[in-house]
Ligand binder design. Structure first.
Ligand code: NAP
Ligand code: MG
Length: 402
């Protein structure tokens, strides 16, 4: 059978540990036999980042910007232990952070759903996608402990040194704490554009929520920027696509979300997104079933799994022991990238292949053949067998061909 052809190459970013092993297996068994694969390859594995003094990450990020669609394997974010383990000359920055900064992107996380693994919230029938604004707020705040009685003020001086605002935060009668956080219109605008674009590209409603009734300047700014960009740029396209934009207070959104059927995107500020994405993803089941895509305001897409490099399994693998590592989210990163490339380059065969591969994965799981992480999550009465990584991959390969 002739292999499926591509036009523009994907930007491929290889990674570390167990996911690097999966990466090679996925390419060898599930992709290369069927697709005449065109990629621009970057090795973001930690040894290569060390060898190039992290230049390889910058080059990959640059290529992601230039070519528009990338697929990334999980990578180690070095900490002190990793510096020792890999004998690093520096504690290199998180590659995801570097790529996100370059693309000015927003991360969208979506669970892969299955009938035999029902979410903890019983009425959720469709996936809920969380979009987190990964910039500013408490993550870039200045804060300190107030040691004694005294007064704290908030002051703003413009570039000429003129004082425009001064406001008492609190007159402390005892020790306490203060914090100053910020965000930028530019970053909020990018976030809003990425959300509206992603809603259009996936034809799903978009929710956005903050606490603007309490935070009358800070959160209100987010609300107004979203509203303005929606009205001026996306309203007509949303109507055409039959989708809606919906703003509500975050506590109201949390209540509505739990009662909903799912099937929409929920955009959130940085901290809210951090908390809610872990809550929503654990309610849907397993981290190994969570896909992730970074979308830039200019329409660049980078697909990956939400989980890390699965270190514990990698050490087992190195000792020659059996592993049962779930490749679903990593496979869906590839199919997501293929589908987007197919849409941009008008390649229906490539889009069809992405569907076939996803269906082969889902068919394998529906037949009860699963990796260990999923077996404990299935509905009572559903017969599931835990298999090792190799057997699971082989079963998917079989299901592609039938
Ligand atoms: P992790 O790799 O996501 O793994 C945490 C645990 O979750 C695993 O030990 C495993 O549990 C389970 N798990 C995750 N993915 C799985 C899969 N595909 N199949 C089966 N089980 C899975 O997180 P981590 O251990 O905190 O981090 C490991 C490394 O990954 C770190 O160096 C971190 O910097 C990096 N990381 C990278 C990214 C990224 O590149 N996007 C994201 C997060 C973390 P059991 O061991 O109980 O089976
Ligand atoms: Mg978190």
């Amino acid at each position: 059978m002739a292999k499926i052809q591509m036009k523009t190459p994907l930007v491929e970013m290889d990674g570390d540990e167990m996911t690097r092993i999966l990466w090679q297996m996925i390419k060898d068994q599930l992709i290369l036999p069927f697709v005449d694969l065109k990629t621009i390859y970057f090795d973001l594995g930690l040894p290569e980042r060390e060898r190039t003094k992290d230049k390889v990450t910058l080059e990959a990020a640059e290529a992601a910007k230039k070519y528009g669609v990338s697929v990334k394997c999980a990578t180690i974010t070095p900490n002190r232990d990793r510096v020792k383990e890999y004998n690093l000359s520096e504690m290199w920055k998180s590659p995801n952070g570097t790529i996100r900064d370059k693309l000015d992107g927003t991360v969208f996380r979506t669970p892969i759903m299955l009938d035999c693994i029902r979410p903890a919230v019983r009425n959720w029938k469709k996936p809920i996608t969380i979009a987190r604004h990964a910039y500013g707020d408490i993550y870039k705040a200045s804060e300190f402990r107030v040691p004694e009685e005294g007064s704290a003020e908030l002051v703003f001086k413009n570039a000429k040194g003129e004082e425009l605002y001064r406001k008492t935060i609190y007159d402390f009668e005892c020790p306490g704490v203060i914090q100053g956080s910020y965000n930028k219109d530019l970053s909020i605008r990018s976030f809003a554009h990425a959300c509206f674009r992603y809603a259009l590209s996936t034809k799903q409603d978009l929710w956005f929520s903050t606490k603007d009734t309490i935070s009358k300047q800070y959160d209100q700014t987010f609300k107004l920027i979203f509203q303005d960009i929606f009205e001026t740029t996306y309203k007509a396209d949303f109507e055409k696509a039959g989708i809606t934009y919906f703003y509500t207070l975050i506590d109201d959104a949390a209540a509505r979300l739990t009662r909903s059927e799912g099937g929409f995107i929920w955009a959130l500020k940085n901290y809210d997104g951090d908390v809610m994405s872990d809550m929503v993803s654990s309610a849907f089941g397993s981290l190994a079933m969570m896909t992730s895509v970074l979308v830039s305001p200019n329409g660049q897409f980078e697909y990956e799994a939400a989980h890390g490099t699965v270190t514990r399994h990698y050490y087992k693998y190195l000792r020659g022991e059996e592993t049962s590592t779930n490749p679903m989210a990593t496979i869906f990163a590839w199919t997501g990238a293929f589908r987007k490339r197919a849409e941009l380059d008008e390649l229906p065969d490539l889009a069809r292949f992405a569907d076939v591969l996803e269906q082969a994965c889902l068919k394998t799981l529906r037949s009860g053949i699963m990796t260990k992480d999923l077996v404990s999550l299935v509905e009572p009465g559903f017969k599931a067998t835990a298999v090792n990584t190799e057997t699971f991959m082989a079963e998917i390969t079989k299901n592609i061909q039938t």
